[in-house]
Design a protein around this ligand. Structure first.
Ligand SMILES: NC(=O)c1ccc[n+]([C@@H]2O[C@H](COP(=O)([O-])OP(=O)(O)OC[C@H]3O[C@@H](n4cnc5c(N)ncnc54)[C@H](OP(=O)(O)O)[C@@H]3O)[C@@H](O)[C@H]2O)c1
Length: 325
């Protein structure tokens, strides 16, 4: 697999990374842990060495799973995890307080079974704590050798600039797919101006672009996407119609809609690293093959005519306080 470089400090990672979230029941049931561990190890063998988790996933169990999967292979992987987004009895919570950053990092290191985190993200900016204070604490973790690089997730332009002025930010992690292109309005420009890499999460639209979920009842009763506006009622019907058009174009090229969706993300810039999520070996292989896909200008034009920017139906997440903080 080709290497891409994130940020001015040029963190080297495989061009396609692996999101581990769905392995811990965030969408459906956690699935088969044995297969999830095989997925991670097969990904590493294929050069897909950038592995993304968060203390939120599980919560906590996803980091433990990743730790078990990479045991004995630490030198071959680039481990990214996140802190600061919590769900409790009061709903969504954010914590960017310096003392919390230190505690959260130590706990993640322990769960992952590693002595440093390669890329540590603030999962969401905490508007009650100046970002300089949070990033200041993250910079201290770098000085202490517990963290190598820092990042922000779903941060707004102002937060990105202020954070980067405090300590160099290696990457911002935000949603990017044919169905989620709002980072093109400003955030991506700021990142490029400052030399910050882009980790593209949910590159297959949280699974929508795979064409696997076509009716609301295709989602398991506990699946969190049942609350996602894009998977509901008429929105889902319209979105599935768009995916069908993508599938037809993909078929002409001997690809699946998942592969075409991933290949499109890869064409958006060498500073962008998508992290598709899967807990199945067969999907991993399918997704990694997208790295070899060559899309010409005509393919891109046809694809973007079929799904122009903003054509997905429904907000990209139910709770819009979750984005661009
Ligand atoms: N920073 C943030 O706030 C944030 C938010 C969301 C996600 N993320 C990160 O981004 C990663 C990926 O995002 P995501 O999981 O939300 O969405 P995604 O990668 O767009 O889609 C994942 C979904 O598609 C399914 N899938 C994957 N490949 C497939 C294929 N080839 N054919 C059919 N189905 C396929 C997966 O099913 P199976 O799991 O059953 O294989 C899973 O349900 C996460 O793991 C997480 O690390 C970060």
């Amino acid at each position: 697999m080709h290497t891409r470089y994130l940020g001015n400090d040029r963190l080297a990672v495989g061009a396609i990374g692996l999101g581990c979230m769905s392995m811990s029941g965030v969408y459906q049931d956690p699935g088969d842990e044995k297969e999830s561990i095989e997925v991670i190890r097969r990904a590493i063998d294929a050069g897909c060495n950038f592995l993304n988790t968060s203390d939120l996933y599980g919560p906590f169990t996803n980091e433990q799973l990743l730790g078990r999967a990479i045991a004995g292979r630490r030198e071959q992987v680039v481990v990214a995890t996140m802190f600061g987004l919590l769900f409790d009895e009061n709903g969504v919570g954010y914590n960017g307080k310096p003392e919390y950053v230190r505690t959260a990092c130590d706990a993640s290191l322990k769960r992952l079974g590693v002595d440093h985190i390669d890329l540590y993200f603030q999962h969401r900016v905490d508007h009650d704590v100046p970002v300089e204070e949070t990033v200041g604490a993250m910079a201290e973790l770098v000085s202490a050798g517990k963290v190598r690089h820092i990042g922000l997730s779903e941060a707004g332009q102002e937060s990105i600039r202020r954070a980067h002025a405090t300590h160099p930010v290696t990457a911002v992690q935000s949603e990017l797919s044919l169905f989620a292109r709002d980072t093109e309005d400003g955030i991506l420009g700021v990142m490029r101006e400052l030399g910050i890499g882009f980790v593209a999460y949910s590159p297959m639209g949280r699974g929508l672009l795979t064409g696997r979920w076509r009716r609301p009842e295709d989602l398991a009763p506990e699946d969190y996407r049942r609350t996602d506006p894009r998977f509901q009622g008429e929105n889902l019907e319209s979105n599935v119609g768009l995916v069908e058009q993508i599938r037809q174009l993909a078929e002409e090229k001997g690809l699946t809609s998942s592969q075409l969706a991933l290949a499109w993300v890869l064409t958006q810039g060498d500073d962008i690293v998508p992290i598709p999520g899967t807990r199945r070996l067969r999907y991993l292989e399918e997704n990694l093959a997208a790295e070899k896909v060559v899309l010409g200008a005509d393919d891109i034009r046809r694809l973007e005519e079929l799904v122009p920017k903003g054509s997905a139906h429904g907000d990209r997440v139910g709770d819009m306080t979750m984005v661009n903080r």
